[in-house]
Design a protein around this ligand. Structure first.
Ligand code: PMP
Ligand code: GLU
Length: 383
């Protein structure tokens, strides 16, 4: 029998990806399934991106390139961070990675020693805990407030001598929470006091609703923040796998050493394709945001009309984290029954650290969201 190494045996596969694949398989087998699991926009990748990729192919970019990323792409990242978030990075402080996911992974690999503790606000995205374990670190869950804001008291309680860093993610997956300047400054003061790294996962930074404002954590705590972002969400380019990290040069250098053994370089064609997405004008997402806001409103109105489910309205990203505690405390059974009997796929909140919640992604057409809500009404009435 083949036994995998110890470092992988305790690692769970990404449940978001597993459920998305399951829903897609069921639909392919002809079942009537509405898939609201995926953290993936349903909009087409722009023609500018596709043309940039075609041009890059025609220009014969067929050979290895620098592990840190193509110089013009690193420059475009600097401009993106400067134009959008008033951040001052130079090319040496940027690495291009296979999606934000690999940026997070590599960053944790280079910052964490065995048994170092990392503070992770809960609810939080499924991959953080597993990536910390893969770096031989220890995950310390830090509860957020009832409306999913950061709770500085909880941070103060959780910190120990072994704590080396914090992972922040806003707009948040799965809650959609965004943090204001006052909260961020409190966390920055706390991080400064304890000399902590902050890995700031800002992958949803362009997706905001109402009057929400996004402030990059690097603006407040530049000395020890590593910004993680990419074109997956803002450029509707999930499959292209282009992300980046921006941070202190010695951290980026260490990530580049790792990258030189791990993947070499990110696919040249994908890197060229990301240029139009990084260079996009501030208003180029307006139509997408209008459409997402329309879907978000439909879910909020449905929740308002439904006395069994409640919701803290998401300020960003494209998820609604629905409180199902009036119905059940078992989000897996809720999702399983909803899928098998009513053909609606959601993600159990358990995977994000809250079992009495489920995550609904509205990155699917308005018709799909409406039909799913109709079926969920029938489901709730039945049980
Ligand atoms: N961070 C969060 C919070 C996410 O939801 C995701 C999911 N895509 C990622 C990072 C990874 O993004 P990418 O597709 O660029 O790897
Ligand atoms: N991040 C997305 C999600 O939460 C995509 C899947 C994944 O990478 O986890 O659904």
């Amino acid at each position: 029998m083949i036994k995998p190494a110890g470092r992988i045996t305790g690692i769970k596969a990404s449940q978001t990806i597993l459920l998305d694949s399951l829903a897609k398989d069921l639909a392919q087998q002809g079942q009537d399934v509405i898939n609201l699991t995926a953290g993936e926009l349903d909009f087409e990748t722009s023609n500018e991106v596709l043309d940039a990729a075609k041009d890059a192919i025609d220009a014969n970019n067929n050979h290895y390139s620098k592990p840190q990323g193509l110089p013009q792409v690193r420059s475009a990242v600097c401009n993106f961070l400067s134009n959008n978030y008033d951040l001052d990075f130079n090319d040496n402080q940027i690495i291009i990675t296979n999606g934000a996911k690999q940026a997070l992974y590599s960053c944790l690999q280079v910052l964490i020693n065995s048994e170092d503790e990392v503070l992770v606000p809960v609810p939080g995205w499924v991959s953080y805990s597993q990536q910390i374990k893969l770096a031989d670190g220890v995950v310390i869950a830090v509860e957020t407030t009832d409306d999913f804001q950061l709770d500085i008291d909880a941070f103060n309680t959780a910190v120990t001598e072994k704590t080396v860093g914090i992972i922040l993610n806003y707009p948040n997956n799965p809650t959609g929470a965004v943090y204001d300047l006052e909260q961020l400054e409190k966390i920055a003061d706390f991080a400064r006091e304890h000399n902590l790294w902050v890995i700031s996962d800002e992958i949803y930074s362009k997706l905001l609703y109402d009057d929400s404002k996004f402030i990059s954590f690097a603006k407040i705590y530049p000395e020890r923040t590593i910004v993680i972002n990419g074109v997956s969400k803002s450029g509707s380019m999930t499959g292209w796998r282009v992300g980046f990290a921006a941070g202190p040069e010695n951290v980026i250098d260490a990530m580049t050493v790792l990258q030189s053994h791990l993947t070499g370089n990110v696919c040249n064609i994908a890197q060229f394709a990301s240029l139009p997405a990084l260079n996009m004008k501030p208003d180029s997402l307006d139509n997408i945001l209008l459409e997402l806001a329309r879907r978000r409103k439909v879910v909020i109105e449905w929740v308002d009309a439904n006395n069994k489910i409640s919701l803290t309205d998401p300020a960003g990203a494209f998820y609604c984290f629905l409180d199902i505690s009036e119905i059940t405390e078992d989000s897996e059974i809720f999702c399983e029954t909803l899928l098998t009997e009513f053909g609606v796929a959601l993600v159990p909140g358990k995977y994000f650290g809250r079992d009495s919640f489920v995550r609904l992604s509205f990155a699917s057409s308005l018709e799909n969201v409406q039909e799913a809500l109709k079926r969920m009404t029938e489901f709730i009435e039945k049980y």
